[in-house]
Design a protein around this ligand. Structure first.
Ligand code: SAH
Ligand code: SF4
Length: 395
């Protein structure tokens, strides 16, 4: 239960900055290389220089973490002045930072229009994972998910998505020091999961562009094997994810019959288990043979029986897979309970014996409501009454 961890949260309210684009300058963050090149041309950069200038800016912004044009010493001074006049390098604003007793950090991030999303950094042995959001709220209404109780406000832009990676690196102090190899894989922020707020495949283009930027070898330079996109099952976009992003795929499976999945993950009424499995079967080959992670939230007496475990094995037969069992993370007013540890272990055992890896995900950051499925922006919590299930007021 979420409330058992000691509460040692440190809420840091950061000073608010004025958004640079109020002056009409174009934000360079989030532009793809061709878009940046075009923007530079539009600002009067000579045609024969535009590609090189894009490369230089790219390295300053994404490899070195520089935000000030004046510091870009390999560009001529008048050109730096032109850039300053026409462009900005702006990240979404961190308005709160919560630190869990287990080291997890949750950022409340404000984006244009005053909306808020959450980003979570999870430190692990020898690596660190950043869980990023792709939408403010979610249009889907999975009945066990806190985000699903918040109506969708809007899709995030590519700048707001890649900006979450950049602001976390700022907070971790992880822009390379001079002479340090930026591709060093012992980084604090070594992995990305698109498992925050929102359904990434309902915001495909922005997610794709942001991930391309994160993967670019001259910048943040994360391997596509270190990025995992989690979808609730937007079947028509799965092949496109393999072709246009090529990252690892996780799928919120959660049930072994359509009857139960319809209730837990309502998108199943549109694309059922059979349709989903067909798309998943094709994914590893299309994306160059990586295995798929099947996420399975353990809900007491709902989807956690031995029969469920056996059905799951039957369903996924032939798909290279890992099954990630997620103990349900409770939130105020949630209509489900977490399966007991014994039940989870028995379920994991059946899967394991069938030859699949079946790690049980350790909930992280529960004391700051940062665990999977608990994200929901403070502003929404404070302002909106709940729609369906009654929710106890937040402290
Ligand atoms: N919208 C995407 C990604 C965000 S959710 C998706 O649904 O896949 C990330 C993962 O957390 C999903 O597997 C989701 O089903 C799971 N999740 C949601 N609420 C949860 C909760 N309360 N406890 C445990 N896992 C939850
Ligand atoms: Fe949206 Fe994913 Fe939550 Fe479902 S589990 S409501 S798709 S964020």
């Amino acid at each position: 239960m979420a409330a058992t961890a000691p509460i040692t949260q440190d809420v840091l309210t950061l000073p608010r900055k004025v958004a640079a684009d109020e002056s009409g300058r174009v934000n360079l963050v989030g532009l793809t290389r061709p878009q940046m090149q075009q923007a530079l041309l539009d600002a009067g950069t000579p045609e024969h220089q535009a590609k090189m200038r894009t490369g230089q800016l790219w390295q300053w912004i994404y490899e070195k973490g520089v935000r000030d044009f004046a510091a870009m010493t390999n560009l001529a001074k008048p050109y730096r002045a032109l850039l300053e006049e026409r462009f900005a390098i702006t990240l979404p604003e961190v308005v709160e930072r919560h630190l869990s007793s287990d080291g997890t950090r949750k950022y409340l991030v404000r984006i244009a229009g005053g909306h808020e999303v959450e980003t979570v950094y999870i430190p692990e042995e020898g690596r660190g994972t950043l869980c990023i959001s792709s939408q403010v709220g979610c249009t889907l209404t999975c009945s066990f998910c806190h985000t699903g109780t918040q109506r969708l406000v809007r899709n995030l832009t590519a700048a707001e998505i890649v900006g979450q990676i950049m602001l976390a690196r700022d907070d971790l102090g992880e822009w390379p020091a001079p002479g340090r190899n930026p591709k060093d894989e012992t980084r604090l922020l070594s992995n990305i999961v698109l498992m925050g707020m929102g359904e990434p495949l309902y915001n495909f283009e922005s997610v794709r562009d942001a991930m391309k930027i994160a993967m670019d070898p001259e910048g943040i330079s994360l391997s596509r094997r270190r990025i995992t996109l989690s979808t609730s099952g937007v079947v028509p976009e799965i092949a496109r994810t393999a072709e246009e992003i090529g990252c690892l795929l996780a799928v919120s499976f959660h049930a072994t019959t359509d009857e139960v999945r319809d209730r837990l993950v309502p998108i199943n009424r549109k694309w059922n288990i059979a349709a989903l499995l067909e798309a998943l079967r094709a994914y590893p080959k299309l994306s160059n043979s990586e295995r798929i992670t099947f996420e399975y939230v353990m809900l007491k007496d709902v989807n956690d029986s031995d029969d469920d475990a056996r059905r799951l094995i039957e369903l996924i037969r032939g798909i290279p897979a890992k099954i990630n069992l997620i103990p349900f993370n409770e939130w105020p007013g949630a209509p489900y309970q977490r399966s007991s540890n014994n039940r989870i272990r028995a379920f994991a055992d059946i899967i394991h014996k069938a030859g699949y890896a079946s790690p049980i995900r350790t909930p992280r950051g529960e004391d700051i409501m940062a665990a999977c499925g608990q994200l929901k922006s403070e502003s929404e919590r404070a302002r909106k009454p709940r729609r369906a299930v009654g929710e106890a007021p937040q402290a």
